[in-house]
Design a protein around this ligand. Sequence first.
Ligand SMILES: CCCCC/C=C/CCC/C=C/CC(=O)SCCNC(=O)CCNC(=O)[C@H](O)C(C)(C)COP(=O)(O)OP(=O)(O)OC[C@H]1O[C@@H](n2cnc3c(N)ncnc32)[C@H](O)[C@@H]1OP(=O)(O)O
Length: 238
Amino acid sequence: MSLQNPPVNSLSLEFLTDICISVEKLEMDKTCRGLIITSSLPKVFSAGLDIMEMYGKSPERCGEFWRAVQEMWLKLYGSNMVTIAAINGSSPAGGCLMSMTCDYRIMADNPRYSIGLNETQLGIVAPFWFKDTMTNTVGHRTTELSLQLGQMYNPAEALKIGLVDQLVPEDQVSHYSHTNHDQVTTPDRSKSMMRKPTIDKLTSKREADIQNFVSFITKDSIQKSIGMYLEMLKKRKR
Ligand SMILES: CCCCC/C=C/CCC/C=C/CC(=O)SCCNC(=O)CCNC(=O)[C@H](O)C(C)(C)COP(=O)(O)OP(=O)(O)OC[C@H]1O[C@@H](n2cnc3c(N)ncnc32)[C@H](O)[C@@H]1OP(=O)(O)O
């Protein structure tokens, strides 16, 4: 599955819905042995959630958006397929979350790229299931530090903390993803055993999580922080 939503593969409601439909189709396809997620765009795996979906939108629309974010996570984290993230560019926030849902992460060894949960930099708090996914990937202490600082990691740092499993030359990300994928022939039952408690936690609190998101994101102070962050993104470009 090659992500293609220019300019930066931000995860809008529409794009998330497309991703969920694609994953669902693959999940039902008995001939499909697994999934490699990568990006068709240069330099960016995914810029994370589409910030415009969280800025100036109605509570109803925000709720619909958040349900789609949850759905993407539930489908990928709970997938019966062997999944590999072929991270061929930067992958902040929701992009990092998406790659952490996979069984294995291969990243292009380009020091210009970065990956991490940077929500704190936007003045927002990473939801509990983002935090749980990171804890399951890199451990409690690293997650605590990482979330408090909104830390982004270059590939070497990401490998060191276990946020990615392998670094490869930029032009060989696809090759290594396929080679690794071929070595794993059957999805292991231990995957669902390890992930079930985390999945059950969100499933049982799904509606409350949507309500929390909507009331948090529509607050004036949070809208102001997001507006300032958007301005900063645009200025940085010039
Ligand atoms: C207490 C109860 C709590 C309850 C729940 C509450 C919590 C809320 C949690 C919400 C969680 C959010 C997770 C997220 O994913 S938020 C998104 C975070 N993403 C980012 O911060 C990424 C920002 N982008 C970048 O760093 C860079 O764009 C890049 C990905 C490294 C790519 O750089 P480059 O190639 O140089 O591209 P540009 O920076 O020039 O961007 C081009 C273009 O795209 C716009 N853009 C970038 N990222 C996003 C985005 N995520 N959403 C929407 N738009 C984005 C950027 O502004 C440029 O636009 P213009 O061309 O119009 O200027």
